[in-house]
Design a protein around this ligand. Structure first.
Ligand code: ATP
Ligand code: MG
Length: 727
């Protein structure tokens, strides 16, 4: 018991930490030390003589992995900690795929396409096949393809067994072509990082055996959010002798939309018959009130795994509700509260997080914080590596590493401008397809593509010479030198400087920052190659950049806040149609997922929760009147008070009615007209012209109406403002 790793654990945690027999599951509520147990278990194993190279630990974000690594390093030292296999599913599997690429007929230097790349590839496929599917955007189709991949349904299978309607048949065609193009580009999308390993292991028992032997202990955090493919991979790695420890909380499963299967958690005991289940019941994070409030909401979800959660922490303050007129007022009132918190109590900015359901909510918040001179950092948003100017340079690096990466090549063909327009590019693509060449080889034979004008042929040739020069320099220069020289050669910094707009100055800074980040990466990963850097970039997500040391308020979506904790938590936009996000999520199970998300939000807090809602909000280019979120109504009234308007204690239904009353205003003059609107009626609108009513939702002032306009597509409007005339 003298081991560092067993210090400060309670009895239940200690038992779970020391248990090292068969597969075991730790299922427990928020803040009960699940992640802590995982960390200590790993340290304990290593102290006990277990080889760190034989431990595979899977987390949900790179940030979580790094944090764990730091804690373990503190307990057992850097030499051993470094040898652990620790990271997200995606990063660990990308590493394995690079090693084993050849067995999949891929080259080691394959590119990893992020969502944006995939969407653009889908767009190119739609153009090439000259089809459209029910007017769906490339992004919607990419989403469909991604869900199929998450369910492990490959194109052949989809075409054969699932494609019945004409739209599905077209989807099958797009999906097939999309996958073929990926392969020809020597590229994988995010979903492939999970799917390909399964194929690899199923087809090459020898390779699987190698990793099975390597991973003697497998540990998984946030198990409730693993999808089917991830679970499959865990099952592949685990044989009779492998130790398996998974940790999760079914009440915090929030990635259903991304194919996570809560079922995995519920089935675990069936799949691994001798599983031992541990429960942790003491919460160390939050006050009694916060736990009670969170519990009163989540209990409205049926089918939860039975759990108790209690804490020795103090009762704490009441949760509070801020009622606001609109999103600007909400942002203003929040800044006011923050100022009050930091002056009256000993709270610093880094102790505060502002959470929102959807990214677009952040804009009003940011504006107010800037005006009030409150430093903040936004996590997620338009992430650094997703910015156009950064992606442009990264696309160059990808092409240097992998000349088959046609998406990246197309991206930079005319960046910076070199007079190679889309028409010429299309002609080159046609040539490439006709002679079954890669686009890059087509560039080498540009003078044979006689449809392309001579002047442009010369530009292509010049471009090819430039690329070849840097492909050759790769082996002679460090990654930082290579990138700097390339950026110099392209003249992009000079270009941004000359443009001299607010935007171009920002781009200038970002390109500089990219060079810094490459230098930094090379310093931290001695001997790393361009492929390693590119893997890192593709797998980087906003949350990873999150640093806790600086004194900033943190803004992020609730999804990004998983596993984190803050003394003070603001939960904004507690309105129907935002939280829960009804429009998209209208089945019971989807509302339940929203409720779990609400539970996650509340349980991030240590001492204080402030919920806010606005009675009107600018959305989809229209002012929408909002109803207060049902979740606020579900909170135990004894734990919550209104901040800016004393509210009587009442049952949740009365409370809800009370809030609804606050919204009520007189718009009687519109009522007459509203009553005659029906689904199917044809109407005319001042701005959008004529259209047909698709749906009418709600009653009174918050009633919304969806109309398919002939020229402007489908719009969702507030009936009372829409000024419609029946035709
Ligand atoms: P979540 O469900 O949100 O991921 P979790 O169950 O993983 O939460 P942890 O993040 O591991 O919980 O722990 C929550 C907080 O409680 C942390 O600050 C942790 O250091 C603290 N904690 C956990 N166990 C103990 C303990 N035995 N003694 C003191 N503090 C503890
Ligand atoms: Mg955790």
């Amino acid at each position: 018991m003298s081991m560092k790793s067993l210090k400060d654990l309670n009895q239940a945690q200690l038992e779970a930490t020391e248990y090292n027999e068969g597969p075991h599951l730790i299922v427990a509520g928020a803040g009960s030390g699940k992640t802590k147990v995982l960390t200590h278990k790993i340290a304990y194993l290593i102290e006990d003589g277990f080889n760190p190279e034989n431990i595979l630990s899977l987390t949900f974000t790179n940030k979580a992995a790094n944090e764990m690594k730091e804690r373990i390093t503190a307990m057992i030292g850097v030499t051993k900690a470094k040898k652990l296999w620790m990271g997200t599913f995606h990063s660990i599997l990308a590493r394995i795929l690079r090693t084993e690429a050849e067995s999949l007929n891929y080259k080691k230097n394959f590119s990893i396409y992020d969502r944006e790349d995939s969407v653009s590839l889908v767009g190119n496929v739609l153009t090439a096949l000259n089809i459209s599917i029910d007017d769906k955007s490339s992004s919607a189709i990419q989403h469909q393809i991604s869900s199929l991949k998450n369910k492990m349904i490959l194109p052949e299978e989809f075409a054969k067994f699932h494609a019945e309607t004409p739209s599905e048949k077209k989807l099958a065609q797009v999906y097939t072509e999309y996958n073929d193009r990926l392969f020809e580009n020597n590229s994988m999308d995010f979903d492939d990082l999970l799917l390909k390993p399964i194929q690899l292991f199923n087809n090459h028992q020898r390779i699987l055996a190698k990793y099975k032997k390597e991973f003697k202990y497998v540990l998984v955090d946030e198990f409730q959010d693993t999808n089917k493919a991830q679970y499959e991979i865990i099952k592949l790695f685990v044989t009779g002798r492998t130790k398996l420890c998974v940790v999760g909380d079914d009440a915090q499963s929030i990635y259903g939309w991304r194919g996570a299967e809560l079922e995995n958690m519920l089935n675990f005991e069936k799949d691994f018959p001798k599983v031992k289940v541990f429960r942790l019941e003491q919460n160390y994070r939050s006050t009694k009130r916060i736990l009670k409030a969170a519990g009163s909401v989540i209990k409205n979800n049926p089918g939860q795994i039975e759990k108790t959660l209690w804490t020795e922490n103090e009762d704490g303050e009441m949760l509070s509700v801020l009622r606001c007129t609109d999103e600007k007022d909400e942002a203003f009132q929040i800044s006011k509260q923050i100022k009050k918190e930091i002056t009256s109590k000993k709270i610093s900015l880094k102790d505060i997080t502002i959470l929102y359901r959807i990214n677009s909510q952040s804009r009003a918040l940011e504006e107010a914080l800037r005006r009030e001179k409150l430093p903040y950092k936004i996590i997620g948003g338009v992430e650094f590596y997703r910015r156009k100017e950064v992606k442009d340079i990264v696309a160059y690096l990808r092409v240097l590493a992998n000349q088959n990466d046609e998406e990246s090549l197309l991206r930079i063909m005319n960046f910076p401008q070199r007079g190679i327009g889309n028409t010429s590019i299309s002609k080159m693509i046609a040539f490439a397809r006709k002679f079954d060449l890669s686009f890059y080889s087509t560039m080498a034979r540009i003078f044979e593509v006689i449809e392309v004008k001579e002047r442009i042929q010369k530009n292509v040739k010049q471009f090819k010479i430039l690329l070849d020069k840097y492909i050759d320099l790769q082996s002679k220069l460090s990654l930082t030198e290579l990138t700097s020289a390339l950026i110099d050669d392209l003249g992009v910094l000079k270009m941004y400087k000359e443009e001299n707009t607010v935007e171009s100055r920002q781009r200038y800074d970002n390109v500089q920052e990219l060079i810094n980040s490459i230098a930094d990466f090379s310093k931290q990963n001695k001997g790393a190659t361009i492929d390693d850097f590119l893997s890192d970039v593709s797998l980087f997500s906003g949350i990873d950049s999150y640093e806790n040391d600086d004194n900033f308020i943190t803004l992020m979506t609730i999804h990004s806040s998983k596993g984190l904790e803050f003394p003070v938590v603001f939960i904004t936009g507690c309105e129907e149609d935002i939280f829960p996000l009804n429009k998209k999520f209208d089945s019971d199970s989807q509302v339940e997922e929203e409720r779990r998300l609400f539970y996650v939000a509340v349980t991030r807090a240590e001492r204080k929760v402030i919920l806010s809602y606005a009675r009107s909000r600018y959305r989809f280019g229209e002012v929408a009147y909002q109803d207060v979120s049902r979740f606020i109504g579900e909170i135990d009234p004894e734990t919550i008070k209104e901040l800016n308007n004393g509210v009587r204690k009442s049952s949740s239904r009365r409370r809800r009615a009370y809030y609804d009353e606050l919204y009520q205003e007189d718009f009687d003059e519109f009522d007459q007209e509203r009553r005659s609107l029906r689904v199917g009626s044809r109407v005319s609108h001042e701005k959008f012209g004529e259209g047909k009513i698709l749906a009418i939702n709600g009653v009174g002032d918050s009633q919304k109406i969806s109309i398919a306009f002939e020229e402007f597509g489908t719009k969702h409007l507030l009936t009372k403002f829409a000024k419609l005339t029946l035709i």
